[in-house]
Structure formats: structure tokens, C-alpha cells
Design a protein around this ligand. Structure first.
Ligand code: HH2
Length: 262
């Protein structure tokens, strides 16, 4: 999954793709690099980010999704916590709702069922503005698995087909370095819930905390690849990345080695 942030303030690429032309150029590039799907977001969820009004978010993502859809059949997800934004995105061709709040907004599961789209349910403790203030868990892996299992059941109860549901542990969303590492070390437990798992580690802050040379988001590609491969080894179905070509190469080499085992 290649990321196109149509935002002025995303942590790794904020402001680079926030005009329609720049967003479309970036989408074309990710498609050419081999992205299997594109994730379009109009609200930054980086730690400390303020919420964006619904009309602003719609104005950022809808023209871009429509423009991509006009020239490519690549599957498109919309990265939003708001049912009205998901509705507007699906109307112009998005087929997946990527919700970092796990369909917890009022009416979200019902909207997803009505739209008939796939849903990606992510775990987040708190909300972006404050989530890194003091994350706390007794058992982070058990709690994230329980939350995601419960959100999947809520989606199914509202009418979302089971085979349209993905789960995502939400690396960096209300989690300390130790929480992130515990989740990455035990991804197999999330995979065991029986839904495809999406993993977002690309350029995230935990990489900079483990390696001082990765202090800037743009210098975290090697760590991003290492974490993506750890995810692949644990059986995740997709990785959400900024660097599609590099990730594809890393995954291709890893898979070839795995295939040669048998
Ligand atoms: N991470 C980000 C945003 N959306 N969605 C899912 N499902 N999983 C993730 O890990 C995830 C996500 C944060 O990354 P980015 O989009 O680059 O930054 P920002 O939120 O600042 O736009």
C-alpha cells in the first residue's frame, strides 16, 4: 500500500503532495513503482496533530481520488476517521475505508456496511492530539488484539461482510517504544485472529528512537524495510509504505529466499 498524504502537515512528507497536481504525480509514481493499492489521506494523524474540519478533508481527498480513478484501476483506500469523508471518497471510486479509529465514530460501522466497502480497522489509544502523552497498557498485545477483535465483531454486527475486514495494530498510535516492539514481536497473535493484517511502520518515530541516525523521518528507510520484513515473516498481508519500489525489492528478495526453503 503506497501512501499519498494530501495534507500540509504529515510527519514524513507533509506539504509535498498537498496540491491536486502534486498528489496525482506522486500517485502515478507509486503506481509505476508497483503499488498494489494507494492510501489517500487528508488529515494528519501524527502525534500532536489537530483535527481537520470535514469539508476541508473532503476538499483535499475527493478531487485526488477522482483524478486517480479517471486514469487507473488501482484500488484506492481513504484514510479517514469520519463517516462523511468515507462516503464522499467511495462516491468517487475509493473501495476501502482505512480508519485509524477502528470505526468508533458514531454511525461508522453502519456507514461502512451501507457503502459495501472493505474496512481497515486500526488500534489507537486516545486521539492523535494527545496519544503520545502517557500511553499505558497492562498487556499491550492482548489489549490490541482484544480491541481489534471487538471492532471486527461490531462491524460484522452492523452488516460488514467478514471477508471485507482487515486489522492493523497501529504502530506509533498511543504506544511507547516498548509497546511498538512488543506488537512487532508478536504480530503472529494478531494474524491468528483470522483477518488479513495491514502493518504501518514506514518512517515511524520508533526507528529514530532505536537509531539516532534516523532522527529525520526521511532517513528511516532502512529501518522501515527491516520492520516491513519482520511483518512479512509474521504473515501480515500488506504493508503501508512511503517507499514503494524499495519495499517491493526487499519483499521480493525475502520471498525468494523463503520459497527456496521448500
Ligand atoms: N499510519 C499513519 C496514517 N495512517 N493507517 C493505518 N491503517 N496504519 C498506520 O500505521 C497508519 C495509518 C501515519 O503515517 P503518515 O500517513 O505518513 O503520516 P500522517 O498521519 O502524519 O499523515
Amino acid at each position: 500500500m503506497g501512501v499519498v498524504n494530501a495534507t500540509p502537515d504529515s510527519f514524513s512528507d507533509g506539504g509535498r503532495f498537498d496540491t491536486l497536481e502534486a498528489g496525482l504525480c506522486h500517485a502515478r509514481r507509486l503506481i509505476a513503482e508497483g503499488a498494489d493499492l494507494l492510501d489517500i489521506g487528508g488529515e494528519s494523524t501524527r502525534p500532536g496533530a489537530d483535527p481537520v474540519p470535514v469539508e476541508v478533508e473532503i476538499a483535499r481527498v475527493v478531487p485526488l481520488i477522482a483524478a486517480i480513478r479517471a486514469e487507473s484501476g488501482v484500488p484506492i483506500s481513504v484514510d479517514t476517521m469520519k463517516p462523511d469523508v468515507a462516503r464522499a471518497a467511495v462516491a468517487v471510486g475509493a473501495t476501502i475505508w482505512n480508519d485509524v479509529a477502528g470505526l468508533t465514530a458514531p454511525g461508522a460501522p453502519e456507514t461502512a456496511a451501507e457503502l459495501g466497502c472493505e474496512v481497515m480497522l486500526m488500534h489507537m489509544q486516545g486521539e492523535p492530539r494527545t496519544m503520545q502523552a502517557a500511553p499505558y497498557y497492562d498487556d499491550v498485545v492482548a489489549e490490541v488484539c482484544a480491541f481489534l477483535g471487538e471492532r471486527a465483531q461490531a462491524a460484522i454486527a452492523a452488516g460488514v461482510a467478514r471477508e471485507r475486514i482487515w486489522l492493523d495494530p497501529g504502530i506509533g498510535f498511543g504506544k511507547t517504544l516498548d509497546h511498538n516492539l512488543a506488537l512487532l514481536a508478536h504480530l503472529d497473535r494478531l494474524v491468528a485472529l483470522g483477518f488479513p493484517v495491514l502493518l504501518g511502520v514506514s518512517r515511524k518515530g520508533f526507528i529514530g528512537r532505536l537509531d539516532p541516525a534516523g532522527v529525520d523521518a526521511a532517513s528511516r528507510l532502512p529501518g522501515s524495510l527491516a520492520a516491513a520484513l519482520a511483518g512479512a515473516a509474521a504473515g501480515v498481508a500488506a504493508v503501508r509504505v512511503h517507499d514503494v519500489a524499495e519495499t517491493r525489492q526487499a519483499l521480493a528478495i525475502w520471498s525468494a529466499i523463503e520459497a527456496a526453503r521448500s
